[in-house]
Design a protein around this ligand. Structure first.
Ligand SMILES: [Zn+2]
Length: 220
């Protein structure tokens, strides 16, 4: 099945930021790896700035989290693609994430103001910058740069791959965009036994109650 193949591609790679890690996310990823899915973990991150006031990151959440979050709930997002399918997917995902009223994405036309960038792009060209955490797979990818000592996100770029997604359904594209935007908010991959949009091989649940609860814990 075409969709099954896509879901396998989706799970191709995940690379996590190295310092400092949330132990819950760590152990969860080990479980995923142990269960035989298609992960490889590459640690690649360094601190970007001197800490002053670290943001509080919950120890345990229903869906695993990375070790960082935005220091704000109102997040500006910039559409950096002309591809209509990709634009629609990101727009739908933003609506889906604004609905629970935990964080709020606002579209901005000013790239300078933007916190998150929504892009279409070929994901085979994906750099290894040591100051970013990257969650990467064949359909989508999110790169986040952050101050690891403060646990503060500085910028995030979510990319969807137009060629891989063009023959999928509008719903599916929106779900992949939801998945990528949650990376941009600081959530990590979920194990397969959970009900979460953060399961790389199966984003079809869309945003779940556990995902909303996690975001609430992270941004309360
Ligand atoms: Zn992912």
């Amino acid at each position: 099945m075409f969709i099954n193949r896509l879901l396998l591609i989706l799970a191709a790679t995940v690379a996590l930021a190295a310092t400092p890690k949330v132990s819950y996310a760590e152990s969860t990823l080990s479980q995923i790896n142990a269960s035989g899915s298609y992960f490889s973990n590459n640690d690649e991150a360094v601190s970007l700035a001197t800490p002053q006031h670290p943001l509080s990151i919950p120890k345990k959440t229903p869906t695993p989290i990375e070790s960082y979050r935005w220091n704000r709930r109102h997040i500006y997002i910039y559409m950096d693609t002309d591809n209509l399918q990709i634009k629609q997917a990101f727009r739908n995902a933003v609506k889906a994430w604004n609905r629970p009223d935990i964080i709020h994405f606002t579209w901005t036309k000013d790239a300078e103001q933007a916190n998150v960038f929504a892009k279409g792009g070929d994901l085979s060209a994906h750099g290894d910058n040591s100051t970013v955490g990257t969650n990467h797979h064949g359909l989508g990818s999110t790169q986040s740069s952050y101050d690891s000592a403060k646990h503060a996100l500085l910028t995030a770029t979510s990319i969807l791959h137009p060629n891989e997604l063009q023959f999928t359904s509008r719903n599916f594209r929106s779900e992949v965009a939801q998945h990528e935007l949650v990376h941009a908010l600081g959530l990590a991959h979920a194990p397969e036994y959970e009900n979460s949009v953060m399961i790389p091989r199966n984003v079809r649940s869309g945003i779940t109650k556990l995902d909303r609860q996690t975001l609430k814990l992270l941004y309360q």
